[in-house]
Write a protein that binds this ligand. Structure first.
Ligand code: 13P
Ligand code: ZN
Ligand code: NA
Length: 283
C-alpha cells in the first residue's frame, strides 16, 4: 500500500527517531530497500527525483513499488524528491503518489511561499503530505546543480514564515549538509537547527545525509530532524561493487549474477542508516 508520510513523521517526532528516505532507481534498489526494511521492521520512504521518474517511468515505478510492498505485506511511501513543477506533481498524484517535496529553495522567500502554498492546496486534496525547503544545499542532485551561494543556510524566522503561511507538513532545512560526498568534513550549524526547532513545530528534514557522521545525524535527530535523505552512498556502494565484480569476472553477462554482490553492498548501507536513524522496530 502506498501511503503518505504524515503519520510516519509525526510518530518519528514524538518518539525521537528519524525515518530514512532512500533514493531508488530500479527493481534492484526497490528489492534491497524493502527487504531490509521488512527484516528490520523499519518504516522507510522511497524517494525519486524528477530524473528518476523520467528514467524508470512514473506508472512503471509506482506499479513496481506497489507490488513489492504488497508481497512483503508492508506500507511504503513513494516520495517526490526535489520536485517543483505543479503540472508534473499533479500527474504523479493522479498516478498514485501520496508524498511530495516542493523545492522552492532557489526562489526568493515570497516566491517560495507562493509556490509551496499552491502545491499544498493541490496535494492536500489528494491526502498527499508536503515537504518544502528553505535555505540551499550546495552540490548536485539530479540535474540540479547549486554552486556555493552566500549565506545559503536556513534563516529561522523565514522557516517559521514559510511554515505558517503554507500549511506544509514537514520542512527541509539547510544547516551545512550538501548533496553528494564531502571533500572536507562538514561542520553542521546545530545552534541554527535548535533555533529552527524552537520556532517551527512541524517535522524537519535533513537532505544530503550521505557522508554525514553517525554522531552528527543523531544530534540532528535530537534537534527535531525526523527524515534523513540518503542517495549518494547507496549509488557508490552498488556501483563500486558492480565495477569490481565485472572487472574480476569479465565473462559474466547475467544480471542475476553480477547484481548479487552490488545488492548486498547496498543493503549494508540501508541497514547502517536504519540503525543510525533508530528506526529499527518502529514500523
Ligand atoms: P545525498 O546524496 O548526499 O545522500 O543527499 C540525498 C538527498 O538529499 C536527496 O534528496
Ligand atoms: Zn535532497
Ligand atoms: Na551528502
Amino acid at each position: 500500500n502506498i501511503i503518505n508520510t504524515y503519520y510516519m513523521l509525526k510518530k518519528a517526532q514524538k518518539e525521537s527517531f528519524a525515518v530514512p528516505a532512500f533514493n531508488f532507481h530500479n527493481l534492484e534498489s526497490v528489492h534491497v530497500i524493502l527487504d531490509v526494511a521488512k527484516e528490520m521492521e523499519s518504516p522507510v520512504i522511497l524517494a525519486g527525483t524528477p530524473g528518476t521518474f523520467k528514467y524508470g517511468g512514473v506508472k512503471e515505478l509506482i506499479a513496481l513499488v506497489n507490488a513489492a510492498a504488497e508481497i512483503r505485506n508492508i506500507n511504503v511511501a513513494i516520495h517526490l524528491d526535489h520536485h517543483h513543477d505543479l503540472n508534473d506533481i499533479k500527474y504523479k498524484l493522479d498516478s498514485g503518489i501520496r508524498s511530495a517535496m516542493v523545492d522552492g529553495s532557489a526562489l526568493t522567500l515570497d516566491e517560495n511561499i507562493q509556490l509551496t502554498k499552491k502545491t499544498v492546496e493541490l496535494c492536500h486534496r489528494y491526502a498527499c503530505s508536503v515537504e518544502a525547503e528553505i535555505g540551499q544545499l550546495i552540490g548536485q542532485e539530479d540535474d540540479m546543480i547549486v554552486e556555493s551561494v552566500n549565506d545559503p543556510y536556513t534563516i529561522p524566522e523565514d522557516a517559521l514564515k514559510l511554515a505558517q503561511q503554507t500549511g506544509i507538513d514537514s520542512l527541509a532545512i539547510a544547516i551545512g549538509t550538501a548533496h553528494g560526498m564531502y571533500k572536507e568534513t562538514p561542520k553542521l550549524d546545530f545552534e541554527r537547527l535548535e533555533k529552527i526547532q524552537n520556532l517551527v513545530d512541524i517535522p524537519l528534514v535533513l537532505h544530503g545525509a550521505s557522508g554525514i557522521s553517525e554522531s552528527d545525524i543523531r544530534r540532528c535527530i535530537k534537534l527535531g530532524v525526523t527524515k534523513v535523505n540518503v542517495a549518494t552512498e547507496l549509488k557508490i556502494a552498488f556501483s563500486t561493487a558492480l565495477r569490481e565484480y565485472l572487472i574480476a569476472n569479465p565473462s559474466v553477462d547475467d544480471p542475476r549474477l553480477y547484481n548479487e554482490l552490488p545488492k548486498k553492498a547496498m543493503a549494508q548501507v540501508v541497514k547502517e542508516k536504519i540503525l543510525i536513524c533508530k528506526s529499527e522496530g518502529k514500523y
